[in-house]
Ligand binder design. Structure first.
Ligand code: ASP
Length: 427
């Protein structure tokens, strides 16, 4: 009998499920040191491999995309739609988080003993996060910083917003040159772009093993028991994330794309990227996979995806913003503070700004949360309460972050007449 070849997606899923099972067993048997030494490196290698592609891919694809657009007004239009969509969905995400936290009051059920224990266990780690956050520049400075003084350094350091800025204006500049001067440069970067995509395909063959190693180590280290005292809080975040996908994105796709995007095909198409987001907790590292899925499986043109997605991976984090809404109210409730409507609106504003300023890497949402808390006067040490479950929630919110980017790409592509019949499914 001929055994049918498994699709790569199915293999990744198997890797994920096996990882969870093995992780739970390892946690129970207390053999995690073995995992950290021998299994974790496979996961780390996988993350490094996909991260390796991010900077050249983003630069080359964005530059080629802008240069071939040949029209600055079109760029402004696409940019406006993209940023508008990102801001609106982020605000909706936080409102969902705030509503759930106000209705279900996760912070009021925590006993005094549990509170003290959590605060004691995690206070040192919380202090490090607070210190990192306080060192972060303010909003105005963050905006000015988008202009790189040395683009090569930004490329070397992987500073995404700066890279995006440079690629965009260089792309515009090249369209103003005579054809014979500009064409070879565009051709060169187009080749680089294609090579990067090929590289993503090769690296993805390794994904099932990488995902297995990542998940087994994380679950092995933290165990599922960690959710215990923070169960209600964690469930509220997860339910909120689910609702945001099920309601906000689904309605946005239905209404804004006038039913042209088949929901099943869309969600099926981006599943591989969601799995990688879940296991890597990084929307930046997932970016090359998101781009491939959105182009090949959903049918979004390269021109749109190479603009909307890198921008989204950096500035659009609905999952993170939703979690910050729940976390702020949770911590306030534990400290017995009643947040006024004004304070909750401040959370919406601050969390939206925080999600723009944050890079798509693991755990960053927790750091920018301190910005939000500080603004409203909630004790910063409160993050010690939720640090224990942060990793698991980070995995879930990263799925939402990349799903939001993908919905935006599909909707903008539809509105620009750049949504094609998807080709053969990749991954
Ligand atoms: N890990 C998230 C991301 O990369 C950011 C966060 O919420 O910490 O999208």
């Amino acid at each position: 009998m001929k055994i049918p070849k498994l699709q790569l997606y199915t293999k990744i899923l198997i890797g994920l499920i096996l990882g969870i099972i093995v992780g739970i067993v390892a946690n129970q048997l207390k053999i995690t040191p073995f995992f950290s030494t021998y299994i974790k490196p496979f996961g780390t290698a996988f993350i490094r491999l996909i991260s390796m592609v991010v900077v050249p891919l983003v630069f080359a694809s964005l530059f080629v995309g802008t240069a071939s657009l040949n029209d600055i007004r079109k760029l402004g239009r696409i940019g406006g739609k993209t940023i508008g969509y990102y801001l609106c969905t982020t605000a909706i995400a936080i409102i969902i988080g705030l509503l759930l936290a106000n209705i279900f009051k996760p912070g009021s059920g925590l006993t005094k003993a549990t509170q003290d224990q959590l605060l004691a266990n995690y206070s040192a780690e919380a202090q490090t996060k607070i210190d990192t956050a306080l060192k972060k520049p303010g909003i105005a400075e963050t905006l000015i910083d988008i202009i790189p003084t040395n683009p090569i350094r930004s490329l070397a350091e992987g500073e995404m917003l700066q890279i995006i800025f440079f690629a965009l204006i260089l792309g515009i500049a090249i369209t103003l040159l005579p054809q014979e001067k500009g064409a070879p440069v565009i051709k060169f970067f187009d080749g680089v772009n294609e090579a990067m995509i090929k590289l993503v395909h090769i690296i993805m063959e390794f994904a099932p093993y990488g995902v297995f190693a990542l998940i087994a180590t994380i679950i092995g280290e933290f165990g599922l028991g960690i959710l215990g005292p923070l169960f209600k809080y964690s469930i509220i975040v997860i339910v909120g994330l689910f609702l945001h996908i099920a309601i906000t994105y689904t309605l946005a796709l239905k209404i804004l794309a006038k039913g042209r995007i088949k929901l099943r095909r869309f969600y099926r198409g981006i599943r591989p990227a969601q799995l990688i987001a879940f296991s890597s907790s990084s929307s930046s590292a997932t970016l090359p996979v998101t781009m491939e899925c959105v182009e090949e499986n959903v049918g979004v043109s390269k021109e749109i995806s190479s603009f909307v997605l890198p921008l989204g991976a950096t500035i659009n984090m609905d999952g993170t913003a939703l979690y910050q809404g729940v976390a702020s109210v949770f911590i306030a409730q534990v400290f017995g503070m009643d947040l006024t409507l004004g304070q909750q609106l401040t959370i919406v504003l601050m969390a939206t700004l925080a999600s723009i300023g944050a890079a798509g890497v693991p755990g960053v949402g927790m750091i920018t949360l301190t910005m939000v808390l500080k603004q409203i006067g909630i004790p910063l040490e409160g993050i010690a309460l939720i640090l224990g479950v942060d990793r698991i929630l980070d995995m879930c919110r990263t799925i939402v972050n990349i799903t939001g980017d993908a919905t935006c790409a599909a909707i903008v592509a539809f509105s620009e007449g750049q949504l094609h019949e998807p080709g053969q499914e990749v991954f």
